[in-house]
Write a protein that binds this ligand. Sequence first.
Ligand code: ADP
Ligand code: MG
Length: 440
Amino acid sequence: MTGTRPPGPSRRPPQPSLRPAWDDAGGAARARDLFASAFGGPPDGVWSAPGRVNVVGEHTDYNGGLCLPIALPHRTYAAVAARPGTRRLRLVSAQEPGPPREVDLDAVGPAGTAGEVPGWAAYVAGVLWALEAEGLAAGLPGLDVAVDSCVPAGAGLSSSAALECAVATAVDDLAGLGLAGPAGAPDDGGRARLAAACVRAENEVAGAPTGGMDQAVALRARPGHALLLDCRDGHVEHVPLDLSAADLELLVIDTRAEHRLVDGQYARRRQVCEAAASVLGVPDLRAVADAVRGGGTTLDEVLPRLADDEQRRRVRHVVTEIERVRELVDVLRAAPGEGLAGPALERARALLDASHESLRADYEVSSPELDLAVAAARRAGAHGARMTGGGFGGSAIALVQAGEAGEVMSAVAAAFSAGGLADPAFLRATASGPAGRAAG
Ligand code: ADP
Ligand code: MG
């Protein structure tokens, strides 16, 4: 199913609006209220973590490549209390109505084994399991957890990592692990280790074979900056991204199209990339991107050595996408703030547009809804637009002139309506802060 519905002759698209981000106090209050109604009494505290949107660098993370995400102002809030002397989790979420989910920590194991945790509880239980499996914690206590979130789930904006990372910082504080560092003085090395545990939670316990981008940005982002993440070694650099100084906005378009075949397709992309690296005799496709950049080889030389057309197209995407990350970072560094205008803005546009084309034609992870959103946004004057996240549905981004977001939103909504598609949703992405304890 694709979220389509028959177009009605009298149907007019409603004036689209932006989905607001909650402020910290409001988000924390929601989680506290839910906690009180589910468990009685107050939690020990509330922790939160952001969703993310990737500016460029898609399907590069599991290839040891580079990506450039930002943390969204939209966050997941987890009100948490330790249950010393127990190993039981009790979990509720405003997004998953029903009685509390109960999980015995000693029974948790990887997906596909007897310890598999069904449903959303896997993202929470998986974090505690992974912290222990990584040797970062031992004998963690049970927890009561109440979750509420304004990160849309399943929209390619990483609500899964937001949930994991909110829980990870809660456990870090409550169990005194000291990995995240005190507020205002984050310990990036410790946060990198928390991120690695959250990746294991998602890969092994939730059974989703994602790369490391989502957890890295949720834990390691800096407000006002994009995160240049080197997925080979986890090295990060913070690239100033002050779009408002340039009179620009980053608009997120959630197509609200259900992901189709996403799990199998994602795993298949990873397998083809690994097979291609092995044919080329390199550890990962990043090595090819580095060799091409360094002038040691060219794509024309590399591609004929691959097994088939599928490998050739996948490799061409990954190698050119890693290069686009480097080029966009160069553009942003050379033209910070109000400098992102004229030729620099044109270059940014070309890179965003080329990324979408590569994902559509070579990597084949776009969808009709994503293509429509991108085309409509460009026609309405966006300075570049592309799908973002894993693809097969989910969200697109458009770089728009401040004050013109409304026109772009109306144009996209009208295109969806004309195509008989469900109404898209919109968010404004401003580079926000990482996971940690919420005030209040
Ligand atoms: P994305 O990360 O792009 O939003 P995923 O499929 O990776 O999409 O993760 C979505 C899943 O994560 C949901 O189906 C649910 O299991 C879990 N999840 C995310 N946010 C919440 C939440 N607030 N409460 C409960 N479960 C959540
Ligand atoms: Mg996810």
